[in-house]
Design a binder for this molecule. Sequence first.
Ligand SMILES: Nc1ncnc2c1ncn2[C@@H]1O[C@H](COP(=O)(O)OP(=O)(O)OP(=O)(O)O)[C@@H](O)[C@H]1O
Ligand SMILES: [Mg+2]
Length: 356
Amino acid sequence: MSTISLRKLQKSYGAAHVLRDIDLEVEDGAFVVFVGPSGCGKSTLLRMISGLDTPSGGEIFIDGNLVNDVDPKGRGIAMVFQSYALYPHMTVAENMGFGLKIEGRPKEEIQATVGKVAQTLQLEPLLKRMPRDLSGGQRQRVAIGRAIVRDPNVFLFDEPLSNLDAELRIEMRQEIARLHKQLDATMIYVTHDQVEAMTLADKIVVLRAGRVEQVGNPIELYENPANEFVAGFIGSPKMNMFDVTVTDFVDGNTTVAFADGTQIAIPTASSPSSGDRLRCGIRPEHISPQKGGTPFAVEVVERLGHGTYLYGGFLGGEKICLSLPQDYAAAADETIGVAFDRDKARLFDQDGKRVY
Ligand SMILES: Nc1ncnc2c1ncn2[C@@H]1O[C@H](COP(=O)(O)OP(=O)(O)OP(=O)(O)O)[C@@H](O)[C@H]1O
Ligand SMILES: [Mg+2]
């Protein structure tokens, strides 16, 4: 187990600033997930921590020791990539034991360690196979096994499941959660998958253009995003967003007017100024059908089996999404009345910062 601290970490390639002033504390044994749009610097950040690449500025501490000048081998870290990067000419057992072999460990020790890890990952029947004779999920298990064999203090995963089909992803997601408990290791995990981020993380780090936008536990980020970017990034389908103008504040309720003039009172802790232009966010599951409610013009109905999404124009033309039970009867081109859960509405200023 290990702690990791990043202080003002920077990375530039020429004039391109890829990471800017990253400060982050990863506690001993934590499961931290990095999310963010493509190109925001997630893989670069993992490579800095692993030592595969050097920072342009700032400091990296592992267990309180500055490791900027420590080479990858000396950091006690193992990295698992999206492309499994197995050696094609070696068997599963040889792939898994290779790290120990180059460390010069005795053959018997390597065999015993590989055997034990293979058991954990149900790879025993496959030890003599070549990577080409494995399925994608099996290859990924071998790649994870190869990392575990080295008994690292920290695991770094860069989108390890994105090449797998949906069913295998779910299986491997649970496998990784189980390994985290069993190995008691610190894990940092990069993913584009909302479900992986929400279910695996103790702490999610949302990155955008090389900066940390917010750090928090999954539900905290979902319920209380610090800004419009995080609000839109965490959650699928996305939070619906509206331009609104503040008209009134009475008894802890701020009344805002939407584009079509509809006024809705939203509970807020303090009063914004009348006339303030804000953005109002409300998640798809917090808008529900109500007889006599605000008209919502259904344009598209998506039936997913476990639920139904309705898309259409609302409150003066804004396109929104509603998430409803699967048996909800609605047809495209129908107009229904809806109401939203006012306690769940979030307000942001023009710069995207959360204000209420
Ligand atoms: N060696 C390099 N030279 C120049 N620019 C680079 C280099 N490596 C990465 N970059 C740039 O740094 C930025 C961050 O890249 P990185 O691979 O960390 O993104 P990412 O968040 O992992 O994206 P993805 O989700 O697509 O994997 C990108 O704009 C990328 O083009
Ligand atoms: Mg990447």
